[in-house]
Every structure is written in structure tokens, then in C-alpha cells.
Design a protein around this ligand. Structure first.
Ligand code: NAD
Length: 494
């Protein structure tokens, strides 16, 4: 592990918010700092929006929904979103540098942060263009005579979108573009640590598309109250949120008095059941790589590895070698797989959970601290803990760091019980040569998504989301688009 090229490529993003079609600062011009996690330096600033700014943005979105044709003019929406797609393509390298600057994501793995969401804009434009908004369900018997019933799918209204810092540009697109294409108007509140992925989107929409004033608004802020104000505002019809389960609960409570529609993509603590016939030398290095890419800051990462006791020592050795060999360092260096944690607070949380695991009897196999060769930047060693108690804090709480916890099991039933022993239910993984057995076990996991034998469940055409305290509703797939629509059943003469 070496520290090289630190800071190469840093790029400051748009400082201004987008409110009612105007790129603007907050009254008084307050700004807050943006820090590059790779070298801990302040690399620029962004508008520190207030609850008053949020109020203006919500008012603009309300007017744009109620008083313009946006919600009814499908052709125009398609035109605007295809324009946005082209504009994002033009800005692609700029966006990539902004994401590496504020997230610290290694530049070598920015495909899912940049290319995928840009492709998704085109997908949603085409999906929305082709969607059947009126569905004739035929003739029904009714007390006053037979009725033909037609389902009319209509936009929900004003959508508040609140996003986290781990894949900020991707989630800003994933939360807002299907909402826009469905005919809603939007107020986006990006995460404090990654505001430019939101403010740049606002700039591009204002300068390079015909999206009308008020249809899309971005309010950056260093204060959680500004997101809370969006969640509670009675003029907002729906909140779409990605972030921690704790914040999700607060948003649900704030949205309850006005019974808003909510869509929640929350935390995870996914388990990977490695069956006794699995090819360990193939699946475990991949599991280690997934844990380190994005520094473990991925909601669907399988952080609990369940190994059969009969192959436990063999599995630990393979994981140890893979974790220890991970290239950790400067995110601008294309040879690096793992960059820093997003912040010192986040790194301390990860190190604290590792310590709690050791205190509760887990065996530290590799890592456990800060890489000696990387004293600057929020880097953490890839860490492997074995003999982890499935009920301990480190096995129950989301770590969001490059840490794998290994738990032994004796029977398939026991593996399923350990995997389901969690308040979360986002994702999971099962690996074994007998695919049918692996598939049957996948069906027993209480999660929204499962990968079997390395075949990813994730993609724009497949519904994605969590069960239990990992969330409500689904992104992606046909379900994901319908989340932003209300169905209205109209009974009318046959
Ligand atoms: P976070 O919950 O701390 O913050 C997310 C957003 O909520 C930020 O924009 C923040 O400003 C805002 N916020 C904070 N308090 C608020 C309040 N009271 N009212 C309204 N908004 C408020 O999450 P984070 O630390 O930014 O992101 C990491 C979390 O996101 C992890 O738990 C991770 O699992 C989760 N995540 C989930 C998915 C998924 O698809 N399930 C995807 C990515 C990240």
C-alpha cells in the first residue's frame, strides 16, 4: 500500500442551488466546505441552504405541478429527459471527477457511479414513453348497472428526494428521473458530504435542458433540518429516500401527519451462505473484492460470510489472502480497488465496530486498523474477523467499511437461520455447485434480493428493495416506475 498521486484530478463542482429555475445562493450567501476524503483537504464549497430555501423550492415544485402542463405533456417530458441524457453524456468526465473528488471512490470503479445512471436516464425516458397510462379492465357488474372500469395511472404530485453519500450521482438520478418521467415535480436534497453530485445535476438541467422552472429543484445544505423540513412539508405528496434506517424512521414519522406516500431504501446487513460444495477459491476472493470496492460503503455488500464448519479453516485462509492483497490507496490511481472511507467520523465508526467484534470474542485475522503507509486520508485496512458471534454488535449492525465477519455453521437450516437473524432484509448471496439447492436456499432468505452463484440480481429492469427494516417499495423494473404513480379507477358506462 503506497500513497501516490494524491489529489490528481480534483474538481470543484457547482456552488449554487437550483430553485424555481434559478441557479442561486442562499440569502446571505452562506457556504459549507467540501472535503476530498483521499487527502482530507477542503477542495471547495457549496451553498448552505436553509429551511427558507427549502420552502421556496417546495413552493416552486407545487406551482409547477398544479399550474403547468408538465404532468400531462408526455411528449414534452420525453423530449426533456432525452435532452438530459445527451447533456449528461457531454458532462460525463466532469461528473466522474466530481464523484471521485467528493466520495473518494476509486476512479477505476466509477462505471456504476457514472455510466450506469446516465444510461438509466434514457431507460426511464423510453419506459415512460411506452407505459400504458390507461388500462381497460373490462365490464363489471355493479348495483346501478354494468360499469366499464378503466385504471388511470397518474403522477403522485410533488416528490421530495433525499439521497445519501455513497453513490450520490447514481441515487440522485435513480430517485428523481423516473419521478420526473412519470409527471411529478421534484425537490432533491443531496447528502451533506456529497453536495456537488446534486448541484451539478441542477446546473446541467438549468443550462442544458428545457425542463421548466420549478419542475426540478436542488437544495444543498449542511443541516439535517432542511431534509426534515422537506419530509414534513404538507405541500409534498411523496418522499423517496435512500439512507440509513435511523434516518428512514425519522422521515416516516415526519411524513405521517400528512400521510405521504414514502419509498425507503435503507440499511443492510447481508449474508453470503457458502455451501459445503462451493468452489471456495473462486467465490471467496470475489467476496473479498466486493467488500473492499467502495471501501465497503455499499448497502448490498454481503458483510457476513457463513462458512460450513467442514471447510471453515480453508475458507478463512483464502479470505485472508484476498483481503490482505487488496490494493488500497489514492482513488485517482487507476490501480487502486479500495479508496478511503468518506469521512473521519465514518472511519472511527468502522474501527469502533471492529473493536467491539474483538471484545465480543471474534478473532482478528487481518487488518483491523489504519494502513501505516496511508497516514493522510480516511483509509482503513481491509479487515477479516473470524469466529464472530451471530448475535454480537459487529454481526448485527451495518458497518459500512471494508470488513468481513465470518460465522461458521453446521447445517443448511442453521445457515438460513443465521442469515435471517437480522433486523435488515436487503440482499443476500448463496454459492454452491448444486444450483438447484442454492436456489432453494435463496428462496428461504427474508430479503428483497439474492445473488446465486455470483449472478447479480441488480439491474435497471429488475425490482430492487428491502424487506424488514431495509425499506419500503421498490426501485427499478416496472414496479419502480409505478412507485411514482397513483392508480385511479374510473367506473363509467360500458
Ligand atoms: P443518512 O441516513 O445519514 O443520510 C441520508 C440523507 O438523509 C442525507 O441527505 C441526510 O442529509 C438526510 N437526513 C439526515 N437526517 C434527516 C432527517 N431527520 N430528515 C430528513 N433527511 C435527513 O445516510 P448516509 O450516511 O448518507 O448513507 C449511508 C446509508 O445509506 C447506509 O445505511 C446505507 O445502507 C444506506 N443506503 C441504502 C441503499 C439502498 O438501496 N437500500 C443504497 C445506498 C445507501
Amino acid at each position: 500500500m503506497t500513497q501516490t498521486q494524491s489529489g490528481t484530478g480534483i474538481l470543484a463542482g457547482e456552488q449554487r442551488m437550483l430553485i424555481d429555475g434559478e441557479l442561486r445562493h442562499t440569502d446571505g450567501g452562506a457556504l459549507f466546505d467540501v472535503v476530498h476524503p483521499g487527502n482530507e483537504e477542503v477542495v471547495g464549497q457549496v451553498a448552505d441552504g436553509t429551511t427558507a430555501d427549502m420552502g421556496r423550492a417546495v413552493g416552486a415544485a407545487r406551482r409547477a405541478f398544479d399550474d403547468t402542463d408538465w404532468s400531462r405533456d408526455l411528449d414534452f417530458r420525453y423530449h426533456c429527459l432525452m435532452q438530459l441524457h445527451a447533456a449528461l453524456e457531454r458532462n460525463k468526465e466532469r461528473l466522474r471527477r466530481i464523484v471521485v473528488t467528493e466520495v473518494g471512490c476509486p476512479i477505476s470503479v466509477t462505471g456504476s457511479q457514472i455510466e450506469d445512471p446516465i444510461d438509466e436516464v434514457r431507460h426511464w425516458a423510453e419506459h415512460g414513453r411506452d407505459f400504458e397510462y390507461l388500462v381497460d379492465t373490462g365490464i363489471h357488474k355493479a348495483p346501478m348497472g354494468t360499469a366499464r372500469r378503466t385504471i388511470s395511472y397518474e403522477p403522485v404530485g410533488v416528490v421530495g428526494a433525499i439521497t445519501p453519500w455513497n453513490v450520490p450521482f447514481y441515487l440522485n438520478i435513480a430517485e428523481t428521473v423516473p419521478a420526473l418521467m412519470a409527471g411529478n415535480t421534484v425537490v432533491l436534497k443531496p447528502a451533506q458530504l456529497t453536495p456537488w453530485s446534486g448541484s451539478e445535476l441542477g446546473r446541467i438541467i438549468a443550462e442544458e435542458t428545457d425542463i421548466p422552472a420549478g419542475v426540478f429543484n436542488v437544495v444543498t445544505s449542511n443541516a439535517n433540518e432542511v431534509g426534515a423540513a422537506l419530509s414534513a412539508d404538507p405541500r409534498v405528496d411523496m418522499i423517496t429516500f435512500t439512507g440509513s434506517t435511523a434516518t428512514g424512521r425519522a422521515i416516516l414519522a415526519a411524513a405521517a401527519p400528512t400521510v405521504k406516500r414514502t419509498m425507503m431504501e435503507l440499511g443492510g446487513k447481508s449474508a453470503h451462505i457458502v455451501l459445503d460444495d462451493a468452489k471456495l477459491e473462486k467465490c471467496l476472493p470475489m467476496a473479498a473484492m466486493v467488500a473492499c470496492v467502495m471501501s465497503g460503503q455499499a448497502c448490498i455488500m454481503a458483510s457476513r460470510i457463513l462458512l460450513p464448519r467442514s471447510r471453515y479453516d480453508e475458507g478463512i485462509e483464502i479470505l485472508k489472502a484476498a483481503m490482505a492483497a487488496t490494493a488500497v490507496g489514492d482513488p485517482w490511481d487507476p490501480a487502486m480497488l479500495q479508496g478511503p472511507q468518506i469521512s473521519e467520523t465514518q472511519r472511527q465508526k468502522v474501527l469502533g465496530l471492529i473493536r467491539s467484534g474483538i471484545d465480543s470474542g471474534a478473532r482478528l485475522i487481518t487488518g483491523g486498523g489504519v494502513p501505516e503507509a496511508l497516514p493522510v486520508g480516511y483509509y482503513t485496512q481491509p479487515t477479516l474477523l473470524a469466529d464472530v458471534d451471530p448475535d454480537s454488535q459487529v454481526a448485527q449492525e451495518e458497518i459500512f467499511g471494508p470488513v468481513l465477519t465470518v460465522i461458521p455453521y453446521d447445517t443448511d437450516d442453521q445457515a438460513v437461520a443465521i442469515a435471517n437473524n437480522s433486523i435488515y432484509g436487503l440482499s443476500g448471496e448463496v454459492t454452491g455447485v448444486d444450483t438447484e439447492r442454492a436456489f432453494c436456499i435463496a428462496r428461504r432468505l427474508r430479503t428483497g434480493n439474492v445473488t446465486v452463484n455470483g449472478r447479480s440480481h441488480f439491474g435497471i429492469t429488475s425490482p430492487f428493495g428491502g424487506t424488514k427494516q431495509s425499506g419500503l417499495g421498490r426501485r427499478n423494473g416496472a414496479e419502480g416506475f409505478k412507485e411514482y404513480l397513483e392508480s385511479k379507477t374510473i367506473g363509467h358506462p360500458a
